[in-house]
Design a protein around this ligand. Structure first.
Ligand SMILES: O=C(O)[C@H](O)[C@@H](O)[C@H](O)[C@H](O)COP(=O)(O)O
Length: 231
């Protein structure tokens, strides 16, 4: 299921999403003493990150991570870790903890196993998940072009994370699996621009999740993905 929340301009969208996420994180902290948030990279979220970073909440009790990461050095401009440190882990949110997906030099099977164990024990299920969407309907690093897409979307995949080698985007990736992301308490799809609305309408028009992986979230019968969109 999904619900579309439309805004007249991106600043209003970013502020509304930041308000909503701040409230959900505060609620999780009140309920269980901690909260976890996974965000996506790309160009869309910078304004949202800045707005969220300025919110007043017990940030020391929040752990932030990424829905996916490019396996590059964290000082590389392509790094989502760099993006989050420069735009979200600032201001009040600088007190939050960060769970690094990019750990070590090579993404070896051993590294992946260690990350899976750590994510499952200290992070999952997520309280709040912010997804982006590419023009091809990928989300996180669940790319339709990748050989790993069926594994990445498998509802019974016991793993939290997987390696992905997209064919239409640069860099080896590490991504949370659909099976781990769909268990998030609250899921948002954050998109902006007319082009992304066209992609969203295409995603809503058919069922094939291998063609457009974002469909696996939008058409899930129990999970209500909140789409936040502005022109
Ligand atoms: O690592 C990444 O690139 C993201 O996690 C990816 O899933 C992103 O959210 C979409 O590609 C949308 O990116 P834009 O916001 O740049 O359109």
């Amino acid at each position: 299921m999904y619900q579309i929340n439309e805004f007249n301009e991106k600043a209003a969208l970013d502020n509304a999403l930041a308000d909503k996420v701040a409230a959900l994180l505060s609620q999780a902290i009140e309920t269980k003493g901690k909260a976890s948030l996974a965000v996506s990279g790309g160009s869309t979220p910078k304004g949202f990150f800045k707005a969220l970073s300025q919110k007043t909440l017990p940030w020391k009790k929040v752990t932030i991570t990424l829905a996916d990461e490019r396996w590059v050095n964290i000082d590389d401009d392509a790094s989502n870790t760099k993006l989050v440190h420069e735009h979200l882990l600032q201001n009040n949110a600088s007190e939050a903890k960060f769970f690094h997906l990019k750990q070590g030099e090579a993404l070896t099977d051993e590294t992946l196993t260690d990350l899976n164990l750590a994510a499952k024990s200290s992070l999952l299920p997520l309280d709040v998940l912010i997804l982006g969407m590419g023009e091809d309907g990928h989300t996180a690093s669940l790319f339709p072009c990748s050989d790993e897409i069926q594994t990445g979307l498998a509802q019974d995949n016991p793993n939290a994370l997987l390696k992905v080698q997209p064919k239409t985007a640069p860099h080896q990736r590490i991504s949370f699996t659909f099976s781990s992301l769909i268990k998030s308490e609250a899921i948002f799809l954050h998109i902006a621009g007319a082009g992304k609305k066209t992609v969203l309408n295409k995603a809503l028009g058919k069922q094939d999740i291998l063609e457009m992986p974002i469909r696996a979230f939008l058409q899930h019968p129990q999970i209500n993905t909140q789409v936040f969109w502005a022109e």
